[in-house]
Design a protein around this ligand. Structure first.
Ligand code: PMP
Length: 355
């Protein structure tokens, strides 16, 4: 607390991302990164871009990247907005599209940044509880509101809604912006991008951090009809006239175009996820079906706190959220099979301690 702070700063609770600690032989399954490296073509493109040309500002429109994304999604480049990770794209969406007199709706539970951005931008919000199975029920969103945001698949549960549910939401709220955060969609969800042509109120946000394994490059994007994209561009122009740096543009274009690498690594992550889900169930865990690159699981008898601490003592990091109704769940990012095996071995000792 400082006497120099504005009241907004005092009201903010800093986001605690997964621990970034260095432990011997660390297995890091706490921040939903991709265990496999980015496309070698992306790395080559970044190296090639690292020349004397870095003395020049980047393209303020990032047109190459927007064109590449637009082409494969069947939209025009001016329907694509890019930013430094989908977090920046989402932050601009909150400020530009989600602030209205009526409350913004999002699920409880969901991505923990949503309440933070709401507070930062002075947005009134109402959290719509998930059901006992931690599933989002779109029927519960059928209430007066100013706008809606939800991740699909949801975080941290990994549960995906079918496209009919998203369409129902859009039909129920034709005059409200609806933002679908598809950070994890490539691992088994269904993208709402094909609905953009018919729904002027829909904005779909995606990222290069997960399925393209480029969390460190910070690239995300949104697709929508032009008025929504223009709102985001206006917001960005007032803060940062360069959405992405030269290295990020070069790397993201190459990663986007290397479809083969993307599909192979994605399929490996999905196969490891299903393998890990089976191993966890065999240890007595209740595992939610996941369409993401993580699992959300709770043990029948041992608390989430004890499990997370026991794993940490074994240099294995997972994510735990210390709040009801999910205080006993662990969110486990999918690592390599070897990393998942280490996790299962660690959990086996905790669940069934040697005498
Ligand atoms: N949306 C959701 C639901 C997430 O879990 C994350 C990752 N923490 C993001 C958006 C942001 O990812 P990035 O900024 O790396 O694109």
């Amino acid at each position: 607390m400082s006497r120099f702070w504005s009241p907004v700063v005092s009201s903010l609770t800093p986001y605690v991302a997964g621990e970034q600690v260095v432990l011997p032989d660390l297995v890091k399954l706490n921040t939903n990164e991709n265990p496999y490296g980015p496309s070698p073509q992306a790395l080559a493109a970044i190296r090639e871009a690292a020349t004397d040309v870095l003395r020049l500002y980047p393209d303020p429109t990032a047109l190459r990247l927007r064109t590449a994304i637009a082409r494969s999604h069947g939209v025009e480049p001016d329907q694509v907005f890019v930013g430094n990770g989908s977090d920046e794209v989402l932050a601009h969406s909150f400020a530009a599209l989600l602030k209205h007199d009526a409350p913004l709706l999002f699920p409880d539970v969901t991505y923990s940044f949503y309440p933070s951005w709401s507070r930062l931008y002075g947005i009134t919000f109402r959290e719509v509880p998930v059901d006992e199975g931690l599933q989002v029920r779109v029927a519960d969103f059928r209430q007066p509101c100013g706008a809606i945001i939800l991740p699909n698949p949801n975080a941290p549960t990994g549960s995906a809604l079918p496209l009919q549910d998203i369409e129902a939401l859009l039909h129920d709220h034709p005059d409200q912006p609806v933002v679908i955060d598809e950070a994890y969609v490539d691992f088994g969800g269904t993208s709402a991008v094909p609905l953009v042509a018919r729904h002027p109120n829909l904005l779909v946000v995606q990222t290069f951090s997960k399925s393209r394994s480029l969390a460190g490059l910070r690239v995300g994007f949104a697709i929508g009809q032009r008025p929504l994209i223009e709102a985001l561009e206006r917001m960005r122009d007032s803060f940062n006239s360069y959405p992405l740096d030269r290295l990020a543009i070069a790397g993201a274009v190459a990663a986007w175009e290397d479809r083969g690498w993307f599909e192979t690594q994605r399929d490996r992550v999905i196969a490891s996820r299903e393998r890990l889900a089976g191993a966890l169930r065999a240890l007595g865990f209740d595992v939610l079906p996941s369409a993401a690159n993580f699992l959300f699981a709770r043990h029948a008898t041992i608390s989430g706190e004890a499990l997370a601490a026991g794993l940490r003592a074994r240099s294995i990091l997972v994510r735990r959220f210390a709040r009801p109704p999910i205080q006993d769940h662990l969110r486990i990012s999918i690592g390599t099979d070897a990393e998942c095996d280490r996790l299962v071995a660690g959990l086996a000792e905790l669940v069934d301690p040697p005498a």
